[in-house]
Design a protein around this ligand. Structure first.
Ligand code: CNA
Length: 244
Protein backbone atom coordinates (compact mmCIF):
# COMPACT_ATOMS: atom_id res chain seq x y z
CA UNK A 1 0.00 0.00 0.00
CA UNK A 2 2.98 2.35 0.61
CA UNK A 3 3.50 2.89 -3.10
CA UNK A 4 -0.18 3.82 -3.65
CA UNK A 5 -0.12 6.24 -0.72
CA UNK A 6 3.01 7.95 -2.04
CA UNK A 7 1.42 8.33 -5.47
CA UNK A 8 -1.82 9.67 -3.98
CA UNK A 9 0.21 12.19 -1.95
CA UNK A 10 1.95 13.29 -5.13
CA UNK A 11 -1.42 13.74 -6.91
CA UNK A 12 -2.86 15.77 -4.01
CA UNK A 13 0.20 18.02 -3.91
CA UNK A 14 0.13 18.63 -7.65
CA UNK A 15 -3.61 18.91 -8.27
CA UNK A 16 -5.42 22.19 -8.81
CA UNK A 17 -8.95 20.90 -8.86
CA UNK A 18 -9.55 17.90 -6.65
CA UNK A 19 -13.08 16.50 -6.38
CA UNK A 20 -14.16 13.80 -3.94
CA UNK A 21 -17.22 11.56 -4.16
CA UNK A 22 -18.21 10.11 -0.81
CA UNK A 23 -20.61 7.31 0.06
CA UNK A 24 -21.99 5.71 3.19
CA UNK A 25 -18.58 4.12 3.93
CA UNK A 26 -17.19 7.46 5.15
CA UNK A 27 -19.66 7.44 8.04
CA UNK A 28 -19.53 3.83 9.25
CA UNK A 29 -16.84 4.76 11.80
CA UNK A 30 -19.26 7.42 13.09
CA UNK A 31 -21.69 4.63 13.97
CA UNK A 32 -23.97 4.98 10.93
CA UNK A 33 -24.27 1.67 9.09
CA UNK A 34 -23.96 1.68 5.30
CA UNK A 35 -26.30 -0.26 3.00
CA UNK A 36 -24.20 -2.99 1.45
CA UNK A 37 -21.32 -3.94 3.79
CA UNK A 38 -21.39 -7.14 5.82
CA UNK A 39 -22.88 -5.21 8.76
CA UNK A 40 -24.89 -2.95 6.47
CA UNK A 41 -28.56 -2.02 6.73
CA UNK A 42 -29.56 -4.47 3.96
CA UNK A 43 -28.13 -7.36 6.01
CA UNK A 44 -30.37 -6.48 8.95
CA UNK A 45 -33.63 -8.44 8.96
CA UNK A 46 -36.48 -7.00 6.95
CA UNK A 47 -34.73 -3.98 5.44
CA UNK A 48 -34.13 -3.84 1.72
CA UNK A 49 -34.16 -1.34 -1.11
CA UNK A 50 -37.99 -1.39 -1.32
CA UNK A 51 -38.21 0.59 1.91
CA UNK A 52 -36.45 3.51 0.25
CA UNK A 53 -38.70 3.64 -2.83
CA UNK A 54 -40.84 6.75 -3.10
CA UNK A 55 -43.95 4.72 -3.98
CA UNK A 56 -43.53 2.54 -0.88
CA UNK A 57 -43.11 5.68 1.23
CA UNK A 58 -46.28 7.27 -0.18
CA UNK A 59 -48.29 4.09 0.32
CA UNK A 60 -47.06 3.23 3.79
CA UNK A 61 -45.11 6.01 5.56
CA UNK A 62 -45.78 4.34 8.93
CA UNK A 63 -43.61 1.33 8.00
CA UNK A 64 -40.88 3.60 6.65
CA UNK A 65 -40.71 5.68 9.84
CA UNK A 66 -40.81 2.59 12.09
CA UNK A 67 -37.83 1.09 10.27
CA UNK A 68 -35.98 4.39 9.83
CA UNK A 69 -36.01 5.32 13.56
CA UNK A 70 -32.77 3.57 14.64
CA UNK A 71 -30.86 4.88 11.60
CA UNK A 72 -32.15 8.40 12.29
CA UNK A 73 -31.05 8.19 15.92
CA UNK A 74 -27.59 7.02 14.92
CA UNK A 75 -27.36 9.95 12.47
CA UNK A 76 -28.41 12.48 15.13
CA UNK A 77 -25.75 11.18 17.51
CA UNK A 78 -22.96 10.87 14.96
CA UNK A 79 -19.84 13.01 14.88
CA UNK A 80 -17.61 13.51 11.82
CA UNK A 81 -14.87 10.93 11.30
CA UNK A 82 -11.16 11.42 10.64
CA UNK A 83 -11.91 11.41 6.91
CA UNK A 84 -14.60 14.13 7.19
CA UNK A 85 -12.10 16.34 9.06
CA UNK A 86 -9.37 15.45 6.57
CA UNK A 87 -11.54 16.64 3.66
CA UNK A 88 -12.42 19.85 5.47
CA UNK A 89 -8.68 20.49 5.96
CA UNK A 90 -7.93 19.87 2.27
CA UNK A 91 -10.63 22.39 1.35
CA UNK A 92 -9.15 24.94 3.76
CA UNK A 93 -5.75 24.40 2.18
CA UNK A 94 -7.30 25.20 -1.21
CA UNK A 95 -6.64 21.74 -2.62
CA UNK A 96 -10.13 20.24 -2.53
CA UNK A 97 -12.71 22.06 -4.65
CA UNK A 98 -15.91 20.03 -4.28
CA UNK A 99 -17.33 17.16 -2.27
CA UNK A 100 -20.14 15.24 -3.95
CA UNK A 101 -21.81 13.09 -1.35
CA UNK A 102 -24.47 10.43 -1.54
CA UNK A 103 -24.91 10.65 2.21
CA UNK A 104 -27.89 12.19 3.91
CA UNK A 105 -26.25 12.37 7.34
CA UNK A 106 -24.95 15.96 7.04
CA UNK A 107 -21.55 15.03 8.52
CA UNK A 108 -19.59 17.02 5.92
CA UNK A 109 -21.47 20.11 7.10
CA UNK A 110 -20.89 19.19 10.74
CA UNK A 111 -17.17 18.92 9.98
CA UNK A 112 -17.24 22.42 8.44
CA UNK A 113 -16.81 21.61 4.74
CA UNK A 114 -18.27 24.38 2.57
CA UNK A 115 -18.60 23.23 -1.02
CA UNK A 116 -20.67 20.08 -0.63
CA UNK A 117 -23.20 18.78 -3.15
CA UNK A 118 -25.62 16.57 -1.24
CA UNK A 119 -26.92 14.69 -4.22
CA UNK A 120 -29.36 12.54 -2.22
CA UNK A 121 -30.52 15.42 -0.05
CA UNK A 122 -30.30 15.85 3.71
CA UNK A 123 -32.26 15.67 6.94
CA UNK A 124 -32.24 19.36 7.83
CA UNK A 125 -35.54 19.90 6.02
CA UNK A 126 -38.92 18.14 5.89
CA UNK A 127 -41.51 18.55 3.13
CA UNK A 128 -45.28 18.07 3.38
CA UNK A 129 -46.63 15.60 0.81
CA UNK A 130 -50.02 17.35 0.83
CA UNK A 131 -49.58 21.14 0.89
CA UNK A 132 -45.85 21.24 -0.07
CA UNK A 133 -44.90 23.32 2.99
CA UNK A 134 -41.28 22.86 4.07
CA UNK A 135 -39.94 22.92 7.61
CA UNK A 136 -36.48 23.03 9.14
CA UNK A 137 -35.84 20.19 11.56
CA UNK A 138 -37.41 20.95 14.93
CA UNK A 139 -37.22 19.17 18.29
CA UNK A 140 -40.79 18.05 17.68
CA UNK A 141 -39.92 16.44 14.34
CA UNK A 142 -36.80 14.84 15.82
CA UNK A 143 -38.82 13.37 18.68
CA UNK A 144 -41.45 11.82 16.41
CA UNK A 145 -38.92 10.35 13.99
CA UNK A 146 -36.78 8.90 16.78
CA UNK A 147 -39.88 7.22 18.20
CA UNK A 148 -40.72 5.76 14.78
CA UNK A 149 -43.79 7.99 14.39
CA UNK A 150 -44.86 9.91 11.29
CA UNK A 151 -44.01 13.62 11.62
CA UNK A 152 -46.96 15.74 10.46
CA UNK A 153 -47.37 19.14 8.83
CA UNK A 154 -48.54 21.75 11.37
CA UNK A 155 -50.51 23.55 8.66
CA UNK A 156 -52.52 20.68 7.13
CA UNK A 157 -51.69 17.50 9.06
CA UNK A 158 -50.14 15.87 5.97
CA UNK A 159 -47.25 13.41 6.13
CA UNK A 160 -43.80 15.03 6.24
CA UNK A 161 -41.12 13.48 4.07
CA UNK A 162 -37.44 14.01 4.82
CA UNK A 163 -35.74 16.20 2.20
CA UNK A 164 -33.88 13.18 0.87
CA UNK A 165 -33.97 11.46 -2.49
CA UNK A 166 -35.79 8.14 -2.48
CA UNK A 167 -35.35 5.53 -5.21
CA UNK A 168 -37.62 6.68 -8.04
CA UNK A 169 -36.95 10.41 -7.47
CA UNK A 170 -34.59 12.81 -9.22
CA UNK A 171 -31.27 13.46 -7.49
CA UNK A 172 -30.34 17.00 -6.47
CA UNK A 173 -27.51 19.03 -8.05
CA UNK A 174 -26.57 16.47 -10.71
CA UNK A 175 -25.65 19.13 -13.28
CA UNK A 176 -23.32 20.85 -10.81
CA UNK A 177 -21.79 17.51 -9.84
CA UNK A 178 -21.15 16.60 -13.48
CA UNK A 179 -19.46 19.96 -14.09
CA UNK A 180 -17.27 19.48 -11.01
CA UNK A 181 -16.15 16.05 -12.22
CA UNK A 182 -15.50 17.35 -15.76
CA UNK A 183 -13.13 20.01 -14.44
CA UNK A 184 -11.38 17.79 -11.87
CA UNK A 185 -7.74 16.90 -12.30
CA UNK A 186 -7.97 14.45 -9.40
CA UNK A 187 -11.13 12.47 -8.64
CA UNK A 188 -11.21 10.37 -5.46
CA UNK A 189 -14.06 8.06 -4.47
CA UNK A 190 -14.28 7.26 -0.76
CA UNK A 191 -16.55 4.58 0.71
CA UNK A 192 -19.03 3.90 -2.04
CA UNK A 193 -19.97 0.57 -3.57
CA UNK A 194 -20.51 2.55 -6.83
CA UNK A 195 -23.61 0.63 -7.77
CA UNK A 196 -26.22 3.36 -7.23
CA UNK A 197 -26.84 5.52 -10.30
CA UNK A 198 -26.55 8.30 -11.34
CA UNK A 199 -23.64 8.81 -8.90
CA UNK A 200 -21.91 5.63 -10.06
CA UNK A 201 -21.89 7.17 -13.55
CA UNK A 202 -20.22 10.43 -12.49
CA UNK A 203 -16.60 9.18 -12.83
CA UNK A 204 -17.42 8.58 -16.50
CA UNK A 205 -17.51 12.39 -17.00
CA UNK A 206 -13.90 12.95 -15.97
CA UNK A 207 -11.28 14.12 -18.49
CA UNK A 208 -8.98 11.41 -19.78
CA UNK A 209 -5.85 12.99 -18.29
CA UNK A 210 -7.33 13.38 -14.79
CA UNK A 211 -6.28 11.00 -12.04
CA UNK A 212 -8.85 8.59 -10.63
CA UNK A 213 -8.52 6.97 -7.20
CA UNK A 214 -10.88 4.65 -5.30
CA UNK A 215 -10.56 3.88 -1.58
CA UNK A 216 -13.23 1.40 -0.56
CA UNK A 217 -13.09 -1.66 1.67
CA UNK A 218 -14.74 -3.86 -0.93
CA UNK A 219 -14.21 -4.06 -4.70
CA UNK A 220 -16.38 -1.82 -6.90
CA UNK A 221 -17.43 -2.17 -10.56
CA UNK A 222 -15.15 0.79 -11.46
CA UNK A 223 -11.95 -0.57 -9.90
CA UNK A 224 -10.48 -1.44 -13.28
CA UNK A 225 -10.82 2.18 -14.47
CA UNK A 226 -8.94 3.67 -11.51
CA UNK A 227 -5.17 4.26 -11.35
CA UNK A 228 -5.09 3.63 -7.62
CA UNK A 229 -7.45 1.25 -5.83
CA UNK A 230 -7.10 0.63 -2.09
CA UNK A 231 -9.39 -1.88 -0.36
CA UNK A 232 -8.77 -0.73 3.21
CA UNK A 233 -10.37 1.39 5.89
CA UNK A 234 -10.18 4.96 4.58
CA UNK A 235 -9.36 6.59 7.93
CA UNK A 236 -6.32 4.34 8.28
CA UNK A 237 -5.21 5.05 4.71
CA UNK A 238 -5.62 8.84 4.92
CA UNK A 239 -3.83 9.06 8.27
CA UNK A 240 -0.65 8.16 6.35
CA UNK A 241 -0.96 11.39 4.35
CA UNK A 242 -0.63 13.54 7.45
CA UNK A 243 -2.66 16.64 6.56
CA UNK A 244 -4.36 16.73 9.97
P1 CNA B 1 -23.09 1.36 0.07
O1 CNA B 1 -23.63 0.75 -1.15
O2 CNA B 1 -23.61 0.87 1.38
O3 CNA B 1 -21.51 1.15 0.03
C1 CNA B 1 -20.66 1.58 1.05
C2 CNA B 1 -19.27 1.06 0.73
O4 CNA B 1 -18.39 1.63 1.71
C3 CNA B 1 -19.13 -0.46 0.81
O5 CNA B 1 -18.69 -0.95 -0.44
C4 CNA B 1 -18.08 -0.68 1.92
O6 CNA B 1 -17.14 -1.67 1.58
C5 CNA B 1 -17.40 0.66 2.03
N1 CNA B 1 -16.95 0.99 3.39
C6 CNA B 1 -17.65 0.90 4.55
N2 CNA B 1 -16.92 1.38 5.59
C7 CNA B 1 -15.70 1.74 5.06
C8 CNA B 1 -14.51 2.28 5.61
N3 CNA B 1 -14.41 2.55 6.92
N4 CNA B 1 -13.45 2.53 4.78
C9 CNA B 1 -13.54 2.25 3.44
N5 CNA B 1 -14.66 1.73 2.87
C10 CNA B 1 -15.72 1.49 3.66
O7 CNA B 1 -23.24 2.93 0.08
P2 CNA B 1 -23.19 3.95 -1.15
O8 CNA B 1 -22.98 5.27 -0.53
O9 CNA B 1 -22.32 3.51 -2.23
O10 CNA B 1 -24.69 3.82 -1.69
C11 CNA B 1 -25.45 4.87 -1.91
C12 CNA B 1 -26.65 4.97 -0.97
C13 CNA B 1 -26.38 4.66 0.47
C14 CNA B 1 -27.07 6.38 -0.95
O11 CNA B 1 -28.37 6.47 -1.43
C15 CNA B 1 -27.00 6.87 0.50
O12 CNA B 1 -27.98 7.83 0.76
C16 CNA B 1 -27.20 5.63 1.27
N6 CNA B 1 -26.80 5.64 2.71
C17 CNA B 1 -26.32 6.76 3.30
C18 CNA B 1 -25.95 6.73 4.64
C19 CNA B 1 -25.42 7.98 5.28
O13 CNA B 1 -25.90 9.07 4.99
N7 CNA B 1 -24.40 7.86 6.15
C20 CNA B 1 -26.04 5.54 5.35
C21 CNA B 1 -26.55 4.40 4.71
C22 CNA B 1 -26.92 4.46 3.37
Amino acid sequence: MRQEIDTLMEYIQKCKSMVVITGAGISTKAGIPDFRSQNGIYRQGGVNETLFHIEAFREDPATFYKTFAPLYTSILNAQPTYTHHFLKRLEELGRLKTIITQNIDGLHHKAGSKNVIEIHGHLRQWDCLECRASYDTSEEIEKHVQKGEIPRCVACGGVLKPHVVFFGEYVMGLEKAMQAVQTADLLVVLGSSLVVYPVAGLPGYREEESHFVIINREPTPLDEEAEIVIHEDMDEVLKHLGFL
